[in-house]
Design a protein around this ligand. Sequence first.
Ligand SMILES: [Mn+2]
Length: 253
Amino acid sequence: MAPTIGITMYHTSADWRGWSEEGALLPWTYVTSIRNNGGRPVLLPPGGDVSEAEATVAVLDGIVIAGGGDINPAIYGAARHPKTDANVPDRDSWELAVAEAAVRQGVPLLGICRGAQMLNVACGGSLHQHIPDLVGHELHNGSAAGFGQHKVRVTSGTIVSSILPGGEYFEVPTHHHQAVDLVGAGLTAVAWADDGIIEAIESTTSGEFLVGVQWHPEQGDDPRLFGALIAAAEMHYSERSVASSLPPLLAGA
Ligand SMILES: [Mn+2]
């Protein structure tokens, strides 16, 4: 059976044939990236509380925390940089709860751009709020209208290098101005840009699929990260099914 993959999304004003109204919105490439790699996508709109996140994550086989605007720096204990986006409290609190539930429940998670940053923050890490201040160029930003490209290199012997071979130096679609600073507990940095910006993080626990990439695989033509998420989700599904078919004592209930 195809594993069920939850994808977080925007809560934003949208145009509905001439009038404007609040919507739950996600770039379509996330949906096709899950379907094309054998997953069954379901959407996770902002605004749920911690108990909703726990219950929702419990019935999912895998999760994508999608790209988006900046996380409120107060969440990781920092003062606001002038270039940091306005707060989106309902998305921040919902995704934080989803990420924390996924970590606690061992549900495979792929964080993309803002999603990688959210995984890091959920594990107690922090962010650089405007990396042009740090690196003196704007190559990570892409264009105002969309995505740019820059190269990244993955460290050998990591989960990400088992998906995207270590040492390989490859172009990625990019659009970000923030990045991981202090890496959260239980995570480690596994890919970098030439300027030292962290481009991927993953769990340090063997067998746990928690991966965050600062780039946008859903905008490129390399399906391997989505394939790996869905393979991990299939494994999680079969483990979950075995656990639920055991007598309560054996299942640890
Ligand atoms: Mn980058």
